[in-house]
Design a protein around this ligand. Structure first.
Ligand SMILES: [Fe+2]
Ligand SMILES: [Fe+2]
Length: 474
């Protein structure tokens, strides 16, 4: 029986019999999926100190306690309605927002929700073995917090499918649990969500760059004319912030530790840090390059009629639409660098067709600001090396640069030059083997940290760093 106790919610679940029945049917399948595809080896006997969303109240929306993960109370929350909200962009600018799905936009809206929903369980699947190589209980807990929240994000999208899309929506909700990351027959829908995440450097980079794509997509959906979609994604953004924190602070702590190890080695700041088990900066840069490029692919093609239609119909807007002056974007243009033979030339594109690129602008600035914060650590440690975000043209699989080759500065390269140099810029089998070797043994002792990462400045929910964030049931 579904109750507020089982499924915390602010959508009057107990007063909506149809929705209740649909969720009662779906929930056991979800739990089966979690057992099978969720964190491996931590399902039965481990109690994890997790936060659970219990309301949308700004100063008390979460509750912290120990919980066995399969018993986590996945809930359904919408941000509070904005009174008299009107459509913020596109052809229907200024009209009242929609509380039901207009028939003519049913298919594209369902597609947007399914695409977003599919990424959520995918990342849980990608990360399912990481607990076996964790650098500390603190990090293990953060991984699981991200995992259960991605599970909740799936619930959020399934709630929309069940509530607004009838039979098709229920079918889509089932299929979310049938596809799986990296599966040959039924893979996840987007490429970055089929990439394996086998070590913690990949995990932190994923949380920094791919969860940040989650943030930009959610921000653009939060602008949607479909009010329930807007309110659902607005609340998801509050959780997404923690995922970005996990990624950014994880890499920051690696950088900190790398500098400490170089100093301790006696070889100084130019020493070979791998000799003493640290993670060197070139390897960190290669992982940054990979995950940034995979994540900007998720924003879609630079020139896109789909993006234009989404914008025109008010389905998906720009991040922070209110900061733009022209909400119809009917006459403006956007300059896109395109390849013409072997030269880059600038082409002027109608702005609506370049909306993916506008979102990518927002994303890139947000990512660059994070990398700048990493660089301040290097600076404080007296290093002259700096990390940087590669050009958006680098290593693309989707869009107008796919199939072409560019260096991290965005300069065109021949296929031969790319093949000769790509190992300098992207993670190598040697990097992966090295990371596997330093992470071979998980650290499960309270308050201890693996050699390759510094402890955090402070713990979670004002608990000390040496708190028992994950404990084994007696
Ligand atoms: Fe998510
Ligand atoms: Fe996330």
């Amino acid at each position: 029986m579904i109750s507020h106790e089982r499924i915390p919610n602010n959508v009057d679940l107990s007063g909506n019999k149809r929705l209740q029945r649909a969720l009662e049917h779906w929930q056991p399948r979800y739990i089966d999926w979690w057992h099978e595809m969720g964190p491996q080896g931590f399902q039965h006997y481990h109690q994890v100190y997790l936060r659970t969303a219990v309301s949308v109240d700004p100063d008390g929306w979460c509750h912290y306690d120990y919980v066995r993960m399969p018993e986590y109370r996945w809930g359904i929350f919408l941000a509070p309605p904005v009174a008299d909200r009107t459509i913020g962009f596109g052809d229907f600018f200024g009209q009242p927002v929609w509380h039901e799905v207009p028939g003519e936009f049913r298919n594209p809206l369902r597609r947007l929700i399914v695409l977003q929903g599919d990424t959520e369980p995918a990342s849980v699947e990608q990360q399912r073995t990481l607990g076996q190589s964790c650098p500390s209980l603190y990090d293990l807990r953060n991984l699981f917090q991200v995992n259960v929240e991605e599970g909740r994000h799936l619930w959020a999208m399934v709630y929309l499918l069940h509530s607004y899309f009838g039979r098709d929506g229920r079918d889509e909700a089932e299929e979310m649990l049938e596809r799986s990351s990296g599966n040959e027959d039924k893979p996840r829908m987007l490429e970055a969500f089929n990439e394996p995440i086998e070590n913690w450097l990949d995990f932190f980079m994923f949380a920094m760059f791919t969860d940040r794509d989650g943030k930009s997509q959610l921000m653009s959906l939060a602008e949607s004319s479909l009010d329930p979609l807007s309110r659902t994604t607005r609340f998801m953004l509050t959780e997404e912030a923690h995922h970005l924190f996990v990624g950014e602070s994880g890499v920051a702590r690696i950088l900190q530790r790398t500098c400490e190890l170089m100093r301790a080695s006696g070889a100084g700041l130019s020493g070979d840090v791998r000799r003493i088990g640290g993670i060197d900066l070139p390897m960190i840069q290669r992982h940054l390059n990979f995950w940034f490029s995979a994540s900007i692919d998720l924003h879609g093609s630079e020139i896109s009629t789909n993006a234009a239609t989404y914008f025109a119909n008010g389905l998906k807007g720009r991040a922070r639409e209110e900061t733009f002056d022209d909400h119809r974007a009917l006459h403006a243009t956007y300059q896109v660098p395109v390849m013409d033979d072997d030269r880059l030339v600038t082409r002027s594109v109608p702005l609506r067709n370049a909306m993916n690129e506008v979102l990518r602008d927002w994303y890139t600035r947000d990512a660059e600001a994070g990398v700048e914060r990493w660089n301040r650590i290097l600076e404080r440690q007296g290093l002259s090396d700096r990390l940087r975000v590669p050009s958006r043209r680098f290593n693309r699989k989707i869009g107008i640069y796919a199939g072409l080759h560019f260096d991290p500065d965005g300069r065109p390269l021949s296929a031969e030059a790319w093949a000769a140099r790509r190992h300098e810029w992207l993670p190598t089998p040697d990097d992966k083997a090295y990371l596997k070797s330093v992470m071979a043994r998980p650290v499960y002792e309270v308050g201890r940290f693996a050699n390759w990462i510094a402890p955090p400045q402070k713990g979670i929910n004002q608990k000390p760093v040496d708190f028992e964030y994950v404990r084994v049931e007696e």
